[in-house]
Design a protein around this ligand. Structure first.
Ligand SMILES: C[S@@+](CC[C@H](N)C(=O)[O-])C[C@H]1O[C@@H](n2cnc3c(N)ncnc32)[C@H](O)[C@@H]1O
Ligand code: SF4
Length: 416
């Protein structure tokens, strides 16, 4: 009940947040310095996959080698535009799509990053299909610290219904053993509350997962965009969010404990690990690549989702930004609170530095409400999410991402 209420508020706020317009203010795009000074990270989007999963709302296209090679060139052009504006980065998240679809281009791009910046961390996403000895060694040699593999499930029948029959559960396990121990962080992504999934199949997935002894796992609640949701429901049954809590309780019971501690309400790590939710660790981030989003100086903006338009604008020497909005103070505060609670902790001093005010001055009502229901507690200058608070925060985050997925779907379908 409480989760549903918080979810509805977030849905409303999330939809407002993603209502962007096309009035671009380029004067706002100036470098802020390095991550350590000003907390800015770079997200790099590679929108190609060898097959397209029916539930996925990221900007992605079926892989074509010539198109992908051109894209990597454009990506370098876009990065150079930011470099010329004085941006410096040291933390890089390469996501997709599937960044490893064209390894020579990916490695070339990573070399370019190392040439231009003092690289501290590189995180790369991949699918089990691309995991093999050769690729793992190449990524390691290139200095990748974190590899994240999209497993989704180990159950063959669920993999098939997810459109991911390219590897069986058994093959996925073998591939994970190739990569395990090679990177500072090896993360596995799993999805929960997919329509044909039952609690029993999910519990079996978690048993397998635990036996693999990887140092990080991220569980995503299914978050389809409106059209993807309809398509899934035509094929299976209703996408029923009332089942979600039962799945999440299994995660809390079987994963969140002595061995794995929550880095976010969805990501559980053994020890200190890199997480890919750059929205938590960095107040500002730039996204490059088709369909990427950025948050800079209180502005939220997205690049063109269309590969042609993306290339066209870069060829004209312009940043490929299509939608833009300056967020209000209320929206920035709300986003800050949500993203930090998603990451389990908000440091009051950092809030003060960011907003030049005490958090209680700005968000007293919200904090009182969350505290009253036992979702957060305050201690030693921090606000922490309690175990009871984890599921409600997960629901809020799901609703926020669902709003973002709605924007992605709109932009992709209209080739904005
Ligand atoms: C952008 S994908 C990249 C990983 C890689 N392409 C793969 O699929 O193996 C990152 C993760 O997002 C999650 N994801 C994608 N679409 C989702 C959706 N509609 N709802 C929930 N999670 C989703 C999946 O768990 C996936 O591993
Ligand atoms: S889930 Fe991964 S492989 Fe599937 S379409 Fe999305 S990005 Fe591509």
């Amino acid at each position: 009940m409480l989760s549903t209420f918080l979810g509805l508020i977030t849905r409303y706020e999330g939809r407002k947040f993603v209502k962007l317009n096309d009035a671009l203010d380029e004067s706002q795009i100036v470098g802020l310095g390095t991550d350590s000074d000003n907390q800015i990270s770079l997200y790099i989007h590679i929108p190609f996959c060898k097959s397209l999963c029916p539930y996925c709302c990221f900007n992605r296209y079926l892989f074509r080698e010539d198109e992908a090679r051109r894209y990597f060139k454009n990506l370098t052009t876009e990065l150079n535009l930011y470099i010329h504006r004085g941006f410096k980065f040291s933390t890089f998240y390469i996501g997709g799509g599937t960044p490893t679809v064209l390894m020579d281009e990916l490695l070339g791009f990573i070399s370019y990053l190392k040439e231009k910046f003092e690289v501290k961390q590189i995180s790369v996403e991949t699918t089990p299909r691309e995991v093999n000895e050769e690729n793992v060694n190449l990524l390691k040699e290139a200095g990748v610290n974190r590899l994240s593999i999209g497993v989704q499930s180990f159950n063959d029948s669920i993999l098939k219904s997810m459109g991911r029959a390219f590897c069986t559960g058994e093959e996925i396990r073998e591939k994970i053993s190739i990569a395990n121990g090679k990177f500072d962080t090896l993360n596995l992504d799993l999805i929960f509350n997919f329509p044909p999934q039952s609690i029993e199949t999910f519990e079996a997935d978690i048993e397998i997962l635990k036996s693999l002894r990887v140092n990080q796992v991220t569980f995503y609640p299914l978050m389809p965009s409106p059209h993807k949701k309809n398509a899934l429901e035509r094929r299976f049954t209703r996408v029923d969010t009332s089942r979600e809590k039962a799945f999440y309780s299994v995660i809390l019971r079987d994963i969140c404990g002595d061995n794995y501690l929550p880095s976010t309400v969805w990501c559980f790590s053994k020890g200190e690990r890199i997480i890919d939710e750059y929205i938590i660790n960095f107040d500002d981030y730039i996204g490059i690549g088709a369909g990427s989003a950025s948050l800079l100086n209180g502005n939220f903006y997205t690049n063109s989702f269309s590969l042609n338009r993306y290339e066209e604008l870069l060829t004209q020497g312009k940043l490929p930004i299509m939608r833009w909005r300056k967020l209000s103070e209320h929206e920035l505060l709300y986003y800050y609170l949500l993203s930090k609670l998603f990451g389990m902790r908000l440091v009051k001093k950092k809030f003060h530095k960011r907003f030049n005010a005490n958090i209680h001055q700005k968000l007293e009502r919200e904090l009182l409400f969350l505290k009253l229901f036992g979702l957060i507690q305050e201690k030693d200058g921090e606000i922490n999410v309690t175990r009871k608070g984890m599921y409600p925060i997960s629901v809020m985050m799901r609703e926020f991402f669902a709003a973002l997925n709605g924007l992605r779907e709109y932009c992709l379908e209209n080739q904005i």
